[in-house]
Write a protein that binds this ligand. Sequence first.
Ligand code: ATP
Ligand code: MG
Length: 597
Amino acid sequence: MRGCYRVGGRSARRCFGGNPSAPIDNWQGAARRAFSWEAARAQLHGLPGGGLNIAFEAVDRHAAGPLRDRTALRFVSATAPPLDLSYGELARRTSRFANVLRGLGVGRGDRLFVLAGRIPELYVAVLGALKNGTVVTPLFSAFGPEPIATRINIGEGSVLVTTDALYERKLAKVRDAMPSLKHVLLVAEEGGATGIPGTLDLAALMAAASDEARVEPTMPEDPSLLHFTSGTTGTPKGAIHVHGAVVTHHATGRYALDLHSEDRYWCTADPGWVTGTSYGIIAPLLHGVTSLVDREEFDAQRWYRLLAEERISVWYTAPTAIRMLMKSGAEVARAHAYPELRFIASVGEPLNPEAVWWGKEVLGLPIHDNWWQTETGGIMIANTPAFDIKPGSMGRPLPGIDAFVVEHLEVEGEPPKVRVIDEPGVEGELALRAGWPSMFRGYLNNEVRYRKSFDGELYLSGDLVSRDADGYYWFVGRADDVIKSAGHLIGPFEVESVLMEHPAVAEAGVIGKPDPTVGEVVKAFVSLKTGHAESEALRKDILGHARKRLGAAVAPKEIAFLPVLPRTRSGKIMRRLLKARELGLPEGDTSTLEAGS
Ligand code: ATP
Ligand code: MG
């Protein structure tokens, strides 16, 4: 094994991966210089009469060519036989859906929400709406009535696609509280007709619609998706995206995920989270791959079986899922072999070095961490197949992306400004040069917050990082989560990664707890792996391990055991909730909190 490993660190210690003779700087070199967004745009077709449309590039372009009969989406569930939709069939169904919308007078720029599990109709509705120029928002089906109604109201949704069961359980009572909603299209969960007053039966409308539709001639700046952020640090924000984002989806699908049309790909994210849309729907289809959609919730045995039996070659998942797999033990993984698997990537939270090693040990491949946000619309920084992984690092900026580490300058009487830090190894906020195609174009109804995210041409991400001398970026923490203790700035990620090295620890979340002497002390919350029970001796052992690895100033002063840590539906540990609960403060917006966490 080669590569470099220092927990949460910025210098190398243990190494593995990649081609030992590859120049470390190859990404910043010729490939990067040769890249331009214009050239990336030229890889796509564009609409026959001009314009750019995500669904045309993802579906119709392939349906009209040699990939017509290839499986585009393969749906699997525990109860029903698998359903394969070819690119040709997906083109027909999405055209039907576009025609259904046209028949209802729903057009370009109108807003459509989808609230459903990962059923075929969700995917058809999202792509069909895009074909029609209608702006789409997929929501997590597990949301309660309140978060659903709030988002539909903020987004002034005029159409909702959902199932009869979800409608009756969650929406019937709040329907009157959503005045913008003109049409509710229902999918019958048990088959047959829905027949609920005030709603329309989607299957009947689809059956009556033509399966040929003109793709709306959207332009790159036309809105395509409205996606809400995860709500990890506060109330979720609605990020507006445009059709031109498809250029980033396509380029990053190749550079960061290494997608090729012969791949069998599985993105485990739900489309209610931006990852499940950009990389669970759009990017794989752009590359003509067969994309697996598992309709069930997480189950370690099932997931390993799917990886093996579905012969997945490229797998995109998240640290929370990896931690759950780690928690269930390596034996479960050894029930299968994974000879087809050739690339694994992860996003959403920092990927602890332990998890990268675990991938290598259990699945035979290290895991490639990458970084992006709802706002960036696509992957920005990644450990890619083109260069060595540094476990614990997010990787390097993709071609076309200029990243910076910046510090904030507070000059009295002047508006706040940032300064770019050139020296490696210094912590600061991660900033990106604005202008990549999938950059968000606004926060819905929140122009002030949007403007605050920029200083001149720099987009400010709100995440703290440092860059090492090789150009790799290392996550330190959310600006909101960083702990200030006795003059030290402590990134939660570094402490959590060390805690995760302890054989009994499955997950860790750390917070700063106010302290009269040092400002804040580090308090850690951990959940344990199967087969370990909490005890005073174990607590001391974990504390001792952390102190040895981090030193007394940075190591947690306290450790509390929790059965699971609170997390968002997209799988992110909600440190703000750990803190609010610890301090007895109001919990704030918990609309995205995963039930039971
Ligand atoms: P909100 O903005 O509502 O608080 P959120 O930021 O969690 O929620 P997302 O847009 O889903 O919503 O998540 C983006 C954030 O996730 C990033 O800003 C970063 O903090 C974190 N993140 C994503 N990928 C990584 C990664 N590879 N390493 C570390 N952090 C990551
Ligand atoms: Mg955010």
